[in-house]
Design a protein around this ligand. Structure first.
Ligand code: ZN
Length: 124
Protein backbone atom coordinates (compact mmCIF):
# COMPACT_ATOMS: atom_id res chain seq x y z
CA UNK A 1 0.00 0.00 0.00
CA UNK A 2 1.16 3.49 -0.78
CA UNK A 3 0.69 6.96 0.60
CA UNK A 4 1.98 10.47 0.17
CA UNK A 5 1.90 13.98 1.55
CA UNK A 6 -0.35 16.70 0.21
CA UNK A 7 2.15 18.05 -2.35
CA UNK A 8 3.57 14.64 -3.27
CA UNK A 9 7.20 15.39 -2.42
CA UNK A 10 7.24 12.69 0.25
CA UNK A 11 5.78 9.29 -0.49
CA UNK A 12 6.01 5.87 1.04
CA UNK A 13 5.22 2.25 0.40
CA UNK A 14 4.23 -0.30 3.01
CA UNK A 15 4.71 -4.03 2.67
CA UNK A 16 2.97 -6.46 4.95
CA UNK A 17 0.01 -5.92 7.19
CA UNK A 18 -0.08 -2.78 9.34
CA UNK A 19 -1.14 -3.20 12.95
CA UNK A 20 -2.60 -1.16 15.78
CA UNK A 21 -4.79 1.22 13.81
CA UNK A 22 -5.73 3.90 16.30
CA UNK A 23 -6.87 7.46 16.75
CA UNK A 24 -4.61 9.44 19.06
CA UNK A 25 -6.00 12.28 21.15
CA UNK A 26 -2.74 13.38 22.79
CA UNK A 27 -1.86 17.05 22.74
CA UNK A 28 1.12 16.53 20.44
CA UNK A 29 -0.94 14.72 17.81
CA UNK A 30 -3.71 17.27 18.10
CA UNK A 31 -1.34 20.20 17.66
CA UNK A 32 0.57 18.70 14.78
CA UNK A 33 -2.43 17.41 12.86
CA UNK A 34 -4.93 20.13 13.69
CA UNK A 35 -7.31 17.65 15.31
CA UNK A 36 -6.67 13.92 15.73
CA UNK A 37 -4.03 11.66 14.30
CA UNK A 38 -5.04 8.29 12.96
CA UNK A 39 -2.24 5.85 12.26
CA UNK A 40 -1.14 2.26 12.00
CA UNK A 41 2.34 0.82 12.36
CA UNK A 42 4.65 -1.61 10.60
CA UNK A 43 8.18 -2.84 11.21
CA UNK A 44 10.51 -0.14 9.91
CA UNK A 45 12.02 -2.65 7.49
CA UNK A 46 8.62 -2.91 5.81
CA UNK A 47 8.16 0.77 4.97
CA UNK A 48 10.10 2.61 2.26
CA UNK A 49 10.04 6.38 2.50
CA UNK A 50 10.99 8.51 -0.50
CA UNK A 51 11.55 12.22 -0.65
CA UNK A 52 12.82 14.92 1.71
CA UNK A 53 11.02 13.84 4.88
CA UNK A 54 12.05 15.88 7.90
CA UNK A 55 11.96 14.56 11.45
CA UNK A 56 10.91 16.68 14.38
CA UNK A 57 12.14 15.54 17.77
CA UNK A 58 8.81 15.93 19.50
CA UNK A 59 9.85 14.47 22.83
CA UNK A 60 12.55 12.38 24.43
CA UNK A 61 10.57 9.32 23.41
CA UNK A 62 9.67 9.89 19.80
CA UNK A 63 10.11 11.82 16.58
CA UNK A 64 7.55 12.91 14.01
CA UNK A 65 8.10 12.85 10.27
CA UNK A 66 6.60 15.52 8.04
CA UNK A 67 6.93 16.99 4.57
CA UNK A 68 9.08 20.16 4.63
CA UNK A 69 7.25 21.57 1.58
CA UNK A 70 3.59 21.16 2.46
CA UNK A 71 3.76 20.31 6.15
CA UNK A 72 1.79 17.10 6.01
CA UNK A 73 2.13 15.02 9.15
CA UNK A 74 3.08 11.54 7.97
CA UNK A 75 5.09 9.45 10.44
CA UNK A 76 5.69 8.80 14.09
CA UNK A 77 8.53 6.73 15.50
CA UNK A 78 9.54 5.91 19.06
CA UNK A 79 13.30 5.97 19.57
CA UNK A 80 13.32 2.59 21.25
CA UNK A 81 11.01 0.73 18.87
CA UNK A 82 11.68 -0.89 15.53
CA UNK A 83 8.35 0.18 14.05
CA UNK A 84 7.13 3.29 12.25
CA UNK A 85 3.59 4.60 12.38
CA UNK A 86 2.15 6.23 9.27
CA UNK A 87 -0.92 8.41 9.05
CA UNK A 88 -4.02 6.71 7.69
CA UNK A 89 -5.12 9.96 6.11
CA UNK A 90 -2.10 9.93 3.81
CA UNK A 91 -2.90 6.60 2.16
CA UNK A 92 -3.57 6.76 -1.56
CA UNK A 93 -6.08 3.96 -1.93
CA UNK A 94 -8.38 1.70 -0.02
CA UNK A 95 -6.39 0.03 2.71
CA UNK A 96 -8.68 -2.55 4.32
CA UNK A 97 -7.43 -1.10 7.61
CA UNK A 98 -10.08 -0.50 10.26
CA UNK A 99 -9.57 1.64 13.32
CA UNK A 100 -9.36 -0.46 16.48
CA UNK A 101 -9.21 2.03 19.34
CA UNK A 102 -8.87 5.54 20.67
CA UNK A 103 -5.72 6.29 22.65
CA UNK A 104 -4.60 9.05 25.04
CA UNK A 105 -8.19 10.07 25.48
CA UNK A 106 -7.35 11.81 28.76
CA UNK A 107 -5.76 14.55 26.65
CA UNK A 108 -8.64 14.96 24.24
CA UNK A 109 -10.13 18.34 23.48
CA UNK A 110 -13.48 19.38 24.91
CA UNK A 111 -14.88 20.47 21.55
CA UNK A 112 -15.79 16.98 20.33
CA UNK A 113 -17.20 13.71 21.54
CA UNK A 114 -16.12 10.17 20.74
CA UNK A 115 -19.18 8.39 19.48
CA UNK A 116 -18.04 5.59 17.19
CA UNK A 117 -18.17 2.87 19.85
CA UNK A 118 -14.52 1.83 19.50
CA UNK A 119 -12.57 0.90 22.65
CA UNK A 120 -11.11 3.82 24.56
CA UNK A 121 -7.63 3.42 26.02
CA UNK A 122 -5.93 5.78 28.42
CA UNK A 123 -8.93 7.61 29.78
CA UNK A 124 -7.36 8.38 33.12
ZN1 ZN B 1 4.48 17.65 0.74
Amino acid sequence: MQGQCLCGAVSYEVEGKPQGASVCHCSQCRRQSGHLWASAYVLEDLITIKGPVRWFEASEEARRGFCPKCGSSLFWQAHDEDTISFSLGSLNDDSEIKLQKHIFVASKGDYYDIADGLPIVGES
